[in-house]
Design a protein around this ligand. Sequence first.
Ligand SMILES: C/C(=C\C(=O)SCCNC(=O)CCNC(=O)[C@H](O)C(C)(C)COP(=O)(O)OP(=O)(O)OC[C@H]1O[C@@H](n2cnc3c(N)ncnc32)[C@H](O)[C@@H]1OP(=O)(O)O)CC(=O)O
Length: 261
Amino acid sequence: MDYQTLSISIADKLATVTLNRPDVRNAFNEQTINELTVAFNELGRDDVVRAIVLAANGPAFCAGADLNWMKKMAGYTHAENNADAMQLAQMLRAIYLCPKPVVAKVQGDCYAGGMGLVAACDIAVAVEEANFCLSEAKLGLIPATISPYVIKAMGENAARRYFLTAERFSAREAHRIGFVHETVGADALDAKVNEIVKALLTNSPNAVKEAKVLVREVVNQPVSDALLADTALRIAQIRASEQGREGVQSFLEKRKPNWLN
Ligand SMILES: C/C(=C\C(=O)SCCNC(=O)CCNC(=O)[C@H](O)C(C)(C)COP(=O)(O)OP(=O)(O)OC[C@H]1O[C@@H](n2cnc3c(N)ncnc32)[C@H](O)[C@@H]1OP(=O)(O)O)CC(=O)O
C-alpha cells in the first residue's frame, strides 16, 4: 500500500508505524483509519516482524478523530455513517488483535480517539509532558468505539470520571490510573521504548503471541472449571511446542535459546 498518512519502517525485527499528519496533530480521518487497519493486518502476518511500535510525528501523539471527517459523516445517511463508524471500530480491533506485541510511544498530547489507539496497544510509555483527555462529551459526542479498550486500560472507576467530565489530565495521572505503563522525560522516551522492545524480542516469539491471547481471553472470566481446563490445556500445549521445549532445554543446558541465534 502507498501510505499517505503513516510512515512505516522495519528494522531488526521491529516495525515502527508512525502517524504522520502533524499539521492536524495526527487526527485520523478515513484514510488514516484504512491505512492503520491495513498496516496492522499486514504487519501481523509478516514473519520478519516480531514487535511493533506505534509512534507519532510532531508535537502531539494524536488528537483523535478528525473533526472535519466527523462533521462530514454526520451529514451522510444513517447506513453510510454507521458503516463508516464500523471502519473505525475495526481499525481499533486490528491493533488490539494484532498477533505481534504493540508498544505505544506517546511523545505528546493524546486526546479522545488517540486514547483509543493507545489503549488498543499492549504497552504504553508516555512523556511526562503529555496531556490526556477524553474530550468527546465537550463536543456533544461519546468515546464509543474506543470504550472497550479505554475502559479495560483505565478501569471502570476512572472511565466514569473522565468519560463524563472530559477533564484534561496529566501523564502522571494516566500512569496512576494504569492507562499508561510508564512515564519518562522526553529525552528518555527512545531509550525506554527500546528497552521494552528488547525485552519483547528476547522472548520466544510463540510465547509472546500466546501470552497476548492468554491475557485477552482470561481477563474478566470467572475462575470456573472451564477456565481451569482452558489454562491447563494452554500450558500443556505450549510446553510440548517446539519453542517451549527449546526454551526449557536451553535453560537447563545453560545456553541461549535458538530463537536468539
Ligand atoms: C473516536 C471518537 C471521537 C473522537 O476522537 S472526537 C475527536 C476529539 N478530539 C479533540 O477534542 C482534540 C482536539 N484538538 C485539541 O484539543 C488540540 O489540537 C490538541 C490535541 C490539545 C493539541 O493542541 P495544539 O495547541 O498542539 O494544536 P492546535 O489545537 O493548535 O491544533 C493544530 C491544528 O490541528 C487541528 N486539529 C487538532 N485536532 C484536530 C482534530 N481532532 N480534527 C481536526 N483538526 C484538528 C487544529 O484545528 C489546528 O488546525 P489549524 O488549521 O492549524 O488551526 C469517537 C469514538 O470513540 O467512537
